[in-house]
Design a protein around this ligand. Structure first.
Ligand code: FES
Length: 183
């Protein structure tokens, strides 16, 4: 005679149900936290777009010290080369955020909105702007090793580009240095 065994499902009691619910919610929290961690660990901006690092190129494409600054509209800066060195000036006026322009006749930046003026290196000249132009960190990296040889210091001084070796110029549009306030 074959004995039949039938398994009956036993309903969960209250404690078991609460334990299961707690474990399930813990799982959801874990998945959420893991997802957010991965999201924050990923770079927010791709290389070459505004907010990330832009590769200008080798030092021989820098404007000469007596040439007008070079306009990089997609990444929102003017690359300005003076006797003191190179700066990447953020294109937004420090008064109320208009886009200022280079005026070749007068040899300075002039904002069309309220007339603020700035020297080629971004230093405030006159107008309602409360400070000199903001700028981004410029880096000169060794073309072979990728080693950073020179970069904009925290005080925003211009960077001298070494001439004794081949370098690549990069601008980090995610690293802004605020212009100095004038009295
Ligand atoms: S926004 Fe440039 S002077 Fe006002």
């Amino acid at each position: 005679m074959i004995e039949e065994t039938t398994e009956k499902s036993v309903p969960l009691n209250r404690r078991e149900f609460l334990n299961l619910a707690w474990l399930a919610s813990l799982g959801f929290v874990f998945v959420d936290v893991a997802g957010l961690t991965i999201l924050f660990a990923m770079p927010r901006f791709k290389e070459g777009e505004f907010g990330g690092v832009f590769i200008v190129g080798s030092s021989d494409i820098l404007p000469s010290t007596d040439a007008p600054p070079q306009n990089y509209p997609k990444v929102k800066f003017w690359l300005s080369n003076t006797e003191e060195g190179v700066k990447a000036l953020y294109k937004v006026c420090t008064h109320l955020g208009c886009l200022y322009n280079w005026n070749s006749q007068e040899g300075k930046f002039i904002c069309p909105c309220h007339g603020s003026q700035f020297q080629k290196d971004g230093t405030y000249i006159q107008g309602p702007a409360p400070r000199s132009l903001d700028q981004f960190v410029v880096q000169a990296v060794d073309a072979e090793t990728g080693e950073v040889i020179a970069q904009t210091p925290p005080d925003g001084s211009a960077v001298q580009i070494p001439e004794d070796r081949e370098v690549i110029i990069k601008v980090d549009t995610g690293a802004k240095i605020i212009g100095q306030r004038h009295s």
